[in-house]
Design a protein around this ligand. Structure first.
Ligand code: NAD
Length: 501
């Protein structure tokens, strides 16, 4: 997706960022190369030592101060997000609010999750005291996307800092200003540890330099194609890698579901942020008896929405110009292979905007059902029953999020448990994204590893296991001085015990 980056020439020392809505220049940013990236990583490494040495309450206090600074400057951050992505100001503000929720949770829970934990010893190790601790990995590289330029990278940045690391962030070349503002606010709120969060700007080459820079872990969010390339670079140095990639999320609607609630959630999940949401709704499987009714309600709601750059628009332009062709291809191909456009169609694509498109009877093998569309398009297909809905939802190379709408919460949860998805919401969409304690991530082309929650804190640590010998062992087995007969008796005893259980 980055090949259509705005004016990002590899040999120039700056690039021009343009508004996706108007094309007007917004700012000039440096194209950081391997040298600048190496300097940022070296500085981060220096600052990290002092940060990791802080007591947990001190670190928490610093992070909460940063959170308050973000809350206080919410309007400025939201304005930058809105300018760079083109999304409405209200959506940008909501993105910052979600970020604050996560940052607060990471700051407050890091010690509980990562603090020293004692474990039981075994029969032959009663003389040992044993515990595990989570040590920060050191310097974490974060490569971010543009669609949620604050919330998404902060899902790694906030948790990595709370775990005691420094971070070098490379925001998307479409949204560098948001990343820079986050770091600036950190430095202002926590001047004693300024430089703990550093931003490098640029496109693919800057990201590649970061992957090569000797960082201790790389958290990547973006498309699966780019993830493969970045992972190959990380493989050269065995740099651990975490991949949060795209999705093709399905919603299942059962016969007894509240259809108004389902339609409302489907339309929001599919069209908010112009459909540019990794865990946005792209496929709906509704059982046949309510399919027509659901379609009618979805079309009525979606038909009332309008993209635009003005304050009244429901969503903004396509942020990445190159994605418009993908959306157009998916819609055109679906319609020419037998799908019915019940709202909009190929004519809905009027760059840089795409009006809502609702498709039905979309062939399962068409690109609109198999590839990430990442635009304001939703396919609502009929299925015979819940079993078919589950099978179709799971038949995707992506496995990120999903949702179930069902009259019974218990049955909804049972259907959720059958879905091969990293996160599922019952009777809402994207419910999981606003619960910081819930890990987020997928499998297959949606990536691997988890951000958010306890797993998201542990993701940026290395476990250290420790034993401290309390007294001499009753049967010393790890010594050349042990007589052979003692060792044999111990083996016989262990064998007898293991045969009993
Ligand atoms: P992208 O893959 O084009 O770029 C992602 C980032 O990688 C950018 O910062 C880019 O500059 C960088 N990059 C590109 N080529 C690189 C290379 N060779 N080496 C190192 N870095 C490189 O993705 P995008 O268009 O920015 O974002 C959209 C994608 O992100 C969608 O697929 C979306 O579903 C996904 N996404 C996933 C999540 C999630 O949490 N799972 C969240 C948001 C977006």
């Amino acid at each position: 997706m980055t090949d259509t980056a705005p004016d990002a020439a590899p040999r120039s020392s700056t690039f021009t960022l343009r508004s996706p809505a108007t094309g007007a220049p917004l700012a000039e940013h440096p194209v950081d190369g391997p040298e600048e990236v190496a300097r940022a990583v070296a500085r981060a490494r220096q600052v990290q030592a002092g940060w990791a040495a802080l007591s947990a309450p001190r670190r928490r206090a610093h992070l909460l101060r940063w959170k308050r600074a973000l809350a206080s400057d919410l309007d400025a951050v939201a304005r930058t997000i809105a300018e760079e992505t083109g999304k409405p100001a209200g959506d940008a503000a909501l993105e910052v609010v979600l970020t604050l929720e996560h940052l607060g949770w990471a700051a407050r829970n890091a010690d509980r999750v990562l603090g020293r934990r004692r474990v039981r010893t075994g029969l032959f190790t009663v003389h040992q005291r044993a515990w595990l601790t989570h040590r920060p990995v050191g310097v974490v590289g974060v490569i971010g996307p543009w669609n949620y330029p604050c919330y998404t990278p902060m899902g790694s940045v906030g948790y990595a800092l709370a775990a005691g690391n420094a971070v070098v962030l490379k925001p998307s070349e479409l949204t560098p200003g948001t990343g820079l503002l986050l770091a600036e606010l950190f430095d202002r709120a926590v001047p004693a540890h300024a430089g703990l969060l550093t931003v490098v700007t640029g496109a693919a080459a800057t990201g590649e330099a970061l992957a090569r820079s000797g960082i201790d872990k790389l958290a990547f969010t973006g498309s699966p194609g780019t993830a493969r390339k970045v992972m190959a670079v990380c493989a050269e140095t065995l740099t651990p890698f975490l991949a949060e990639c795209g999705g093709k999320d399905a919603v299942i609607v059962t016969a007894d579901a509240d259809l108004d609630a389902a339609a409302d959630a489907i339309v929001w999940g599919a069209l908010s942020n112009a459909g540019q949401t990794c865990a946005g709704v792209e496929r709906v499987y509704a059982v046949r008896e309510i399919h027509a009714d659901l379609c009618e309600r979805v079309v009525r709601r979606a038909g009332a929405l309008r993209p635009g750059a003005d304050g009244d628009a429901h969503y903004g332009p396509m942020t990445l110009p190159g994605q418009i062709a993908t959306v157009e291809r998916h819609v055109t191909d679906a319609v020419s292979s037998g799908a019915r456009a019940v709202l909009g169609g190929p004519e809905s694509v009027r760059a840089p905007f795409v009006a809502p498109v609702v498709l039905t009877s979309v062939p399962e093998e068409s690109a609109a059902m198999t590839e990430e569309t990442f635009g304001p398009v939703v396919a609502v297909n009929a299925v015979a029953d819940v079993d078919e809905a589950v099978a179709r939802a799971n038949d995707s190379r992506y496995a990120l999020g999903a949702a179930v709408f069902c009259g019974s919460r218990r049955t909804g949860a049972a259907i959720a448990a059958r879905l091969r998805a990293g996160a599922v919401s019952v009777n809402s969409v994207l419910g999981f994204a606003a619960v910081p304690a819930l890990p987020f991530g997928g499998s297959g082309d949606s990536g691997f590893g988890r951000i958010h929650g306890a797993e998201g804190l542990r993701a940026f640590t290395a476990v250290q296991s420790t034993t401290v010998q309390r007294f001499a062992p009753p049967v010393a087995l790890t010594s050349f001085e042990v007589p052979a007969a003692t060792r044999e008796r111990a083996v016989r005893l262990a064998r007898a015990l293991h045969l009993r259980h």
